[in-house]
Design a binder for this molecule. Structure first.
Ligand code: GLY
Length: 367
């Protein structure tokens, strides 16, 4: 009832992903890594802390010489350098040094922010990820991307910095609001679309069980997603090529997310972005109409949006926002398209007219 995946970095074993049903094995895993004789700081947000902070604190306080916590207001609006500064201040006040440990307890915002604080405090302090959302368990906690938003730019400041352990307690998913759970499925569905047709089939066939959060189905789908993500980040840890495929749906998705003032969640925007990118893939003759329809049906099945309803920005404004994304290279937007429903590729030759057509497609309710 548990699974372990080893992740290598630059050819060497680096950290494991532990897929567990509770937090019970966390002390043992930390001990095996040699932790205990130092201070530990748990970084979390106001939503997640309410559920798990006390349990984790009690667990770690008996194992470490000192245990403290830093909790910030939940939400993307906290993901900035001010909050990182407040973390540094907390660590300085509690006299943390380079041999101490940070624990990121929460979803993608917590993992990215705490990871960035770990990468930069005293030029690098160990950290572990305890992802509690589906999105962070299947995607953001793996591969060492850390960072925060800066001005109007999402994830603009950051570092590649590997955790020492990724420990997921799948039972934590039960406390997620339904909308957040479904938003998280966008990333695992994405893994199937870009890399693995058989996995896409699994996600489609097992949708009833996954939606009902049947434990075995959840464990299998998270495991499969982590394997796909692991393989990609091992081959291309610093996003020189293949790792960019994980940004499928993110070019237009990030623009919509930003323009919605984060009222639409990351996963929902990625779903919309995937429809737009798949539309372009179909228009270019890469995927068949049936594959495009299948992609939309899978997203619909998982209660993800495929139409941008009642959005207060025009397709032209969304196009302009895609140019503010950091996925630009030499003035060109890096776009991920599908060859098939299970294979993606990166291109920089998508024209503004094509992007505008794809945005207009999701903005119109013609589906
Ligand atoms: N979430 C995309 C990546 O880790 O590259």
């Amino acid at each position: 009832m548990s699974k372990t995946i080893m992740v290598s970095y630059e050819g060497n074993p680096c950290y494991t992903i532990e897929i567990q049903k509770d937090f019970c094995l966390l002390p043992e895993k930390l001990k095996a890594l040699g932790y205990g004789n130092q201070k530990v700081c748990i970084i979390s947000d106001s939503n997640v802390a309410a559920f798990y902070l006390e349990e984790l604190k009690a667990m770690l306080a008996s194992q470490f010489i000192y245990c403290t916590s830093f909790v910030f207001e939940a939400g993307e609006s906290s993901k900035n350098t001010d909050t990182v500064g407040a973390v540094y201040q907390h660590l300085i006040q509690h006299q943390f040094d380079r041999k101490d440990l940070l624990v990121a307890l929460g979803g993608g915002v917590v993992g990215d922010l705490a990871g960035f604080a770990a990468a930069t405090y005293l030029r690098g302090i160990d950290f572990i990820q305890i992802p509690t959302t589906l999105l962070s368990q299947t995607d953001s906690s793996i591969g060492g991307k850390t960072g925060v938003d800066f001005m109007q730019y999402k994830n603009m400041v950051g570092a590649f910095y590997m955790p020492k352990l990724v420990y997921m307690n799948l039972s934590a998913l039960k406390s997620l609001p339904a909308r957040q759970f479904f938003a998280g499925t966008a990333e695992l569905i994405k893994h199937g679309f870009i890399k693995d047709a058989a996995y896409t089939q699994f996600i489609e066939n097992q949708s009833d069980k996954i939606i009902a959060q049947d434990y075995d189905a959840m464990e299998e789908t998270i495991y499969q997603s982590c394997l796909i993500k692991r393989d990609v980040v091992e081959r291309d840890p610093k996003e020189q090529g293949e790792r960019a495929l994980l940004n499928f749906g993110h070019t237009i998705g990030h623009a919509v997310e930003k323009l919605s003032d984060f009222k639409l969640s990351h996963g929902e925007c990625v779903a919309l972005g995937m429809v737009a990118a798949a539309y372009l893939s179909w228009k270019r003759g890469n995927i068949k109409r049936e594959e495009f329809d299948q992609l939309k049906n899978i997203l619909k099945e998982y209660k993800l949006p495929i139409v941008l309803n009642a959005f207060s920005h025009t397709p032209k404004e969304i196009l302009a926002a895609t140019k503010l994304d950091k996925k630009m290279e030499a003035g060109k937007v890096k776009f991920i398209l599908l060859k098939t429903l299970g294979e993606a590729y990166v291109t920089k030759d998508v024209t503004d007219a094509e992007i505008l057509e794809a945005i207009s497609y999701i903005a119109a309710s013609q589906m």
